[in-house]
Design a protein around this ligand. Sequence first.
Ligand SMILES: C[S@@+](CC[C@H](N)C(=O)[O-])C[C@H]1O[C@@H](n2cnc3c(N)ncnc32)[C@H](O)[C@@H]1O
Length: 276
Amino acid sequence: MDGDLQRRIQRYGWDRASDAYEAYWERQLEPAQSLLLTMAALRTGERVLDVACGTGLLTFRASAAVGPSGSIVGTDISDKMVALSAGLAADRGILNASFQQMGAEALSFPDGSFDAALCGLGLMYVPDPLAALRELRRVLRPGGRAAAAVWGERKRCGWAEIFPIVDARVKSEVCPMFFQTGTGDVLRMMFEKAGFCRVESRRITTTLHYDSSEEAIGAAFVGGPVALAYSRFDEKTRDEAHNEYLASIAPYASGGGFDVPGEFVVAAGCIEGSPH
Ligand SMILES: C[S@@+](CC[C@H](N)C(=O)[O-])C[C@H]1O[C@@H](n2cnc3c(N)ncnc32)[C@H](O)[C@@H]1O
């Protein structure tokens, strides 16, 4: 698919999802974000970049980890995500975090600007994830490090049918390469190809718990990247898509809700050299 089209689909899709995102995804993404922060091993006073920051779930945890003597910049392709996270920082009186609208493959920071770079659940949406990792490498100083989390193997993500169900009802696929980075050893190999050393990769399983069909439908259709396509469906198309999606997760029904299996892959790597 044409990269510019994919970037536009993501940008306006996440604009649309921004208000609902945290309510549906904060709890579900926490295990991947926690592992990413452990592997990033942030230290007091560091300058950190958080690419594809969304509403700042990871950014604000990293801002606490580096403390007032450190700083973090969150970047995202969606203007609404950037406005939302900047508003949350202001509301919470967080002074060491700032936010800018920016695509992951073309960062506007000089070489060597940061001690650490993060990308939580963002690379699956970027048309050229290797280019994004090369940009992370470029903006890190010698001795700096990056960590990124992605969703894992398609067959281990019980909610994966959301994409073909939506794609069957639109002209352009919403996330054509979604499971590419989480398959096999791809993320680790991409880190190495981008020039990172001492690359480490871990795979964790998770369970997405939904109390009800409504919550499962909301998370899949309203709180994520298919939100723009979904907003254009008429009522009949919505009902059909809901029913197909609920049928696809029916094997995971539990009580009145669902326990849907999922998997994350988290990788981290360093830049050769020392800062001094
Ligand atoms: C699932 S959210 C993750 C947000 C946050 N990192 C977290 O862990 O909660 C994915 C984010 O990637 C952003 N995104 C998608 N494509 C992007 C691109 N090409 N460049 C930068 N951000 C992008 C979206 O706008 C969205 O905010």
